[in-house]
Design a protein around this ligand. Structure first.
Ligand code: AOS
Ligand code: ZN
Ligand code: ZN
Length: 391
């Protein structure tokens, strides 16, 4: 395949590549020290979707928005889905929330008390109803459950209770639904989490059945974990359901994807391309899970989308024949050079061409800045409480 052919293939693959945005990226957020308010921030889930739609309008690559229940609770979810359609986007994954209720202090789906477990299961069934009303297919489960002290509870008993609770939720899925199950090494608990790693998530998914898949949040690992290895492994067994993309320097930083380590993002996307998992029907939902504390939110989401697109374009430009040949010959330096050549390519002109082909401005950042939207929402959204990272 020639360079020109690879370029054409990359353009074609990128045309149908979509990244899902989190509704909570558009609300006010901060750290545990302070939440910073920004002018024009959405006052309700409808306005969050309108803001997310701006990102799609200028990138052409962000067609869905994940919701969070109860932060995005509305009386009429059909109306919210219709609003999304009017704005040119769709509702994506529905995130449950079992981390803000006193009942869940010692666990939710793993809790020792059957009453608390039943309440947590019922919350997930409510999320399934939201999925039915919005046309969403993914129920995203991240559990805050875990232990702070050795002996605090029985590690194995908690796994058994988790399996049983998940089974009850799984049994309520419609045929087109999936459970996507996230893992996290630590936080809010520090001795152990109940789903601390991809192995635990995968074991639960395998026990549940084919409609259960693993979510890989790029910020949820120990430093220097080889994340692309996990990606390759989960793809091999057909259980990579979704990403929560973000960037981390230290822990679960939730910063803009690709900002700390664009090379890691490229390596991850190469494994995706290698497995032909970029296709919209591959079953991998490419979501962002980020908060923007000090930077403007809509431009930060645009930057995140373009960062993922750049890493993906580079991954698509890898000369895989040359790489395979070098690997077969045992040419260590040659194989590494093939990968680095693609990584060092400036793909911004390719992405500008992609956007022009879609009828968009070549630079989405400039186009959004020129649109006047930020000024308009700052003036129009003066009344009412602004939505925060939570409600
Ligand atoms: C928490 O650390 C996880 O990343 C979850 O995906 C969580 O639901 C998300 O950050 C929104 O709260
Ligand atoms: Zn996450
Ligand atoms: Zn997280």
């Amino acid at each position: 395949m020639t360079d020109a052919d690879r370029r054409q293939n990359a353009l074609e693959a990128l045309r149908s590549f979509g990244i899902e945005l989190p509704s909570w990226a558009f609300g006010n957020s901060g750290t545990r020290f302070k939440v910073f308010a920004q002018p024009g921030v959405p006052r309700d889930p409808f306005e969050k979707i309108s803001d997310a739609a701006q990102v799609h309008r200028y990138t052409g690559a962000a067609p869905r928005v994940s919701l969070h229940i109860p932060w995005d609770l509305v009386d009429d979810f059909g109306k919210l889905a219709a609003h999304a359609a009017d704005e040119g986007v769709r509702i994506g994954a529905i995130n449950s929330n079992v981390f803000q209720d006193d009942d869940y202090k010692l666990g939710s789906l793993t809790h020792a008390d059957p009453r608390v477990r039943a309440k947590a299961v019922a919350h997930h069934l409510q999320c399934l109803d939201v999925m039915r009303a919005t046309g969403s297919q993914d129920l995203k489960i991240w559990l805050p459950d875990g232990l702070n002290y050795p002996g605090q509870d029985d590690i194995r008993g908690r796994q058994d209770r988790l399996a049983e609770s998940l089974q009850q939720i799984y049994a309520a899925l419609d045929p087109e639904h999936r459970i996507i199950l996230e893992y996290k090494i630590f936080e809010p608990h520090f001795y152990t989490m109940d789903i601390p790693d991809w192995g635990t998530s995968l074991l639960h998914c395998l026990a549940l059945g084919p409609q259960a898949m693993v979510v890989l949040d790029t910020g949820h690992h120990a430093p220097s974990t080889n994340i692309e290895f996990i990606v390759a492994q989960l793809l091999r067994v057909g259980r990579l359901g979704a990403f929560d993309f973000n960037s981390r320097f230290y822990a679960d930083d939730d910063l803009m994807v690709g900002s700390a380590d664009p090379f890691q993002l490229f390596r991850i996307m190469y494994e995706i391309v290698r497995a032909d998992a970029l296709r919209p029907d591959s079953g991998v939902n490419f979501m962002l899970d980020q908060c923007h504390n000090i930077e403007e939110k809509i431009p930060a989401q645009i930057r995140s989308v373009t960062n993922v697109q750049e890493a993906t374009a580079k991954a698509l430009l890898v000369d895989r024949d040359a790489l395979h040949e070098a690997q077969r010959r045992g040419d260590v330096l040659g194989a590494n050079a093939v990968l680095m050549d693609a990584y060092n390519t400036d793909v911004r002109p390719l992405l500008a061409e992609l956007r022009e082909g879609l009828g968009l401005a070549p630079d989405p950042h400039a186009a959004y800045a020129a649109s006047g939207y930020a000024r308009r929402i700052a003036t129009e959204r003066l009344g009412g409480a602004q939505a925060g990272w939570g409600a």
